[in-house]
Design a protein around this ligand. Structure first.
Ligand code: FAD
Length: 303
């Protein structure tokens, strides 16, 4: 069923709204207009939960190549990696070493890496690897999920190392024992965590901290804009981030207001899990694809 929905997504051109193609060249072509407009991007080579160390090493090689290609193409942008794509399920030591390789390559090119946060089974391991990599190279960031109860403590724990923090609501299904379930609760916690980050930024030792406000929720974007203005946050201390193809109107508005902004651009052959997460975030997306699926099966049955 998942495959069928995904194939329909492609057939109706719907997946292309969220994914910048399957090959790096396609992704680079897709980001050219953004790049010409001077807008920085985050490039993600889609993939997760690899099955062999060789696949994990190939993912490392691909990220190093992406960093080189960005530099050669003159694109202002960094990369986002998922640690299960670098073998976190198979061998955390291997994953750490591959993440070091990518961060070292990025540092040599004066670039940075952002580590996506996956399901809660990986939260602790992801933070440990982020801590090691940040200590060594100083150019790593990580996503922190507002739906998790633990995130308040995680922000406190990470602050001394000053990684860039990308604040997101959270995209995985998590149990009520560890995560807020209602949108209103997740949104309220997002505000609290953003306030916590902004308080940390204003402390005398807050220099070097950076927060990325990664949401398409207009109410949260408004809240963040109000707070940023209120405390006169400097442009090198924050940025807004949004995903390719989502709320392009709000993206343009933020850019036109002069806020620092980065768009997250995923590409690659392994796009089904990412696409399915985007579908399930918004009932309208899913109902569009399901209506197409129904129409297709009616046609098939009448043949
Ligand atoms: C740059 C970036 C990086 C991210 N990295 C991670 C990560 O590492 N780990 C993680 O768990 N999650 C990550 N996410 C996803 C995040 O956790 C949410 O699942 C996702 O952003 C939807 O929540 P929202 O904040 O946009 O708010 P919502 O309340 O879900 O949405 C607000 C509004 O945005 C629009 N919208 C939201 N999603 C969609 C969609 N799929 N299709 C069409 N319109 C939509 C709708 O207009 C909706 O009303 C990331 C998100 C962004 C923007």
């Amino acid at each position: 069923m998942t495959d069928r929905i995904a194939r329909l997504g492609v057939r109706y051109g719907f997946a292309r709204r969220f994914i910048a193609g399957e090959a790096l060249e396609e992704a680079l072509r897709a980001i050219t207009p953004l790049s010409r407009a001077g807008q920085p991007i985050i490039l993600n080579h889609l993939g997760e939960n690899v099955a062999t160390p060789e696949e994990a090493r190939r993912a490392r090689d691909s990220y190093v190549q992406i960093l080189r290609s960005l530099r050669e193409a003159g694109v202002t942008g960094n990369i986002a990696v998922k640690l299960t794509q670098l073998g976190l399920d198979l061998n955390p030591q291997l994953c750490l070493s591959l993440t070091h390789d990518i961060a070292a390559a990025a540092a040599a090119m004066r670039n940075s890496i952002e580590i996506d946060m996956e399901g809660s089974a990986y939260t602790e391991a992801t933070l440990r690897i982020l801590e090691e990599v940040q200590k060594e190279h100083g150019n790593a960031g990580v996503a922190v999920q507002a739906y998790l109860f633990r995130s308040r403590a995680d922000l406190q724990r990470l602050a001394p190392l000053k990684p860039k923090i990308r604040l997101v609501k959270g995209a995985y299904r998590e149990p009520a024992s560890i995560a807020f379930q209602k949108k209103s609760e997740v949104d309220a916690n997002y505000r609290k965590l953003l306030d916590q980050m902004l308080d940390q930024l204003l402390l005398p030792n807050g220099e070097g901290l950076r927060v990325a406000i990664a949401t398409h929720d207009p109410a949260l974007v408004d809240y963040a804009r109000g707070r940023i203005q209120g405390i006169r946050l400097a442009a090198d201390q924050y940025e807004f981030q949004m995903l390719l193809g989502i709320r392009r109107d709000l993206q343009e508005e933020i850019v036109s207001q002069g806020h620092p902004f980065r768009v997250y651009v995923p590409f690659g052959e392994a796009w089904v899990p990412y696409f399915m997460r985007r579908l399930s975030e918004r009932p309208a997306n899913l109902s569009f694809v399901l209506r197409s699926l129904l129409a297709e099966s009616k046609k098939t049955n009448s043949k």
